[in-house]
Ligand binder design. Structure first.
Ligand code: HEC
Ligand code: HEC
Length: 280
């Protein structure tokens, strides 16, 4: 009996150890998996992210009539990256889109959703960004032919993530503020705001070297959505970019990053997607 007790204690300790990630570990996990900052900020060649250039910026992320957006160098290089910024300045840039000089960071960085990131997660991301190798890489400025607002909203106060035990709420947090799945998969209203009545309904086009891909309907609608898909099929699509019918999915979804999403986060994501009102 005593042995069993010890075993139970050992198991309990291992589980807690796995959950008690340091902020640096948490930041590495978020940036390198579900947040996928590198999907925009790491320059890519024909074979994916360029080695040794992680988060060095320079990619034209979007070129449309309204703007030409070039991803910034967010490595700790002091001259061409964000190495001279304080932790607080980086924190504010990520969550509120405001640089140390007061200027606004433009789209398509998903600030509407990043404003909902928990304090602890932004701090973790900042801690990790401090540790990536600095890459000297001067990046041209983006051009915004539309007027940017003075801010994306009032200053954000303190935010905590929902408890992980609440799978739907935690899944919503992952699919929203952390992974910005809903930024791509929700249709836009004419005023450029996400149509929150139709979360996950898809339909936005994305142009790139691959041609045009259209964000899928990821609500539980039968036929048009994921209603007939098994959990394993949804997981395979997210992690490997292979659709239920075996078709290879096109970018810009960050499959390479999503491959390493933790199992419990993947489960929460899928539970959340299944909880959405089905949309046709
Ligand atoms: C959808 C693409 C996209 C994603 C995803 C994205 N960014 Fe950005 N980010 C950009 C673009 C484009 C800019 C430059 C905008 C401009 O020029 O105003 C930028 C600017 C920044 C800046 C300002 C840097 C400077 O020198 O002005 C920081 C800091 C930043 N991003 C951090 C992050 C972090 C951290 C993540 C992940 C949590 C992230 N970004 C995810 C596209 C993205
Ligand atoms: C940058 C935009 C973007 C982001 C972010 C994004 N997706 Fe996608 N997603 C797409 C596009 C576009 C497609 C369709 C690709 C195609 O048809 O080739 C797609 C396809 C899918 C599919 C396959 C559906 C089908 O019918 O084939 C699933 C499931 C999915 N996304 C879930 C997610 C989840 C979950 C997240 C967040 C972890 C996410 N996506 C983030 C753009 C995005």
């Amino acid at each position: 009996m005593r042995l069993l007790g010890l075993l139970a204690l050992a198991c309990a300790l291992t589980t807690t150890a796995a959950q008690a990630q340091s902020p640096l570990e948490r930041g590495r996990y978020l940036v390198e998996t579900i947040a996928g900052c590198g999907n925009c900020h790491t320059p890519q060649g024909p074979n994916g992210p360029l080695p040794g250039r992680s988060l060095a910026g320079g990619m034209v992320v979007e070129d449309n009539p309204a703007f030409t957006a070039i991803a910034s160098n967010i490595t700790p290089d002091r001259k061409t990256g964000i190495g001279a910024w304080t932790d607080e300045q980086i924190f504010r840039a990520i969550r509120e889109g405001i640089r140390p000089d007061g200027s606004l960071i433009g789209p398509p960085m998903p600030f509407g959703l990043y404003r909902g990131l928990a304090d602890a997660d932004v701090r973790a991301i900042v801690a990790y960004l401090r540790t990536v190798p600095p890459v000297p890489n001067p990046v041209a400025k983006s051009t915004y032919r539309i007027a940017l607002p003075p801010a994306y909203g009032p200053p954000v106060g303190h935010i905590d993530a929902p408890p992980r035990t609440d799978k739907v709420a935690y899944g919503a947090y992952l699919a929203g503020p952390v992974g910005h799945c809903m930024e791509c998969h929700t249709p836009m209203l004419p005023d450029g705001q996400r149509d929150t009545e139709r979360l996950g309904a898809g339909g936005q086009p994305f142009n790139g070297p691959w041609g045009t891909s259209v964000a899928a309907n990821i609500t539980p609608a039968k036929a048009r959505g994921l209603g007939d898909w098994s959990d394993a099929q949804i997981e395979r699509a997210i992690r490997t970019g292979v659709s239920a019918d075996g078709r290879k999915l096109f970018p810009p979804m960050a499959f390479g990053y999503y491959a390493k999403i933790a199992a419990d986060d993947m489960a929460a994501l899928i539970i959340y997607l299944r909880s959405l009102p089905p949309q046709d």
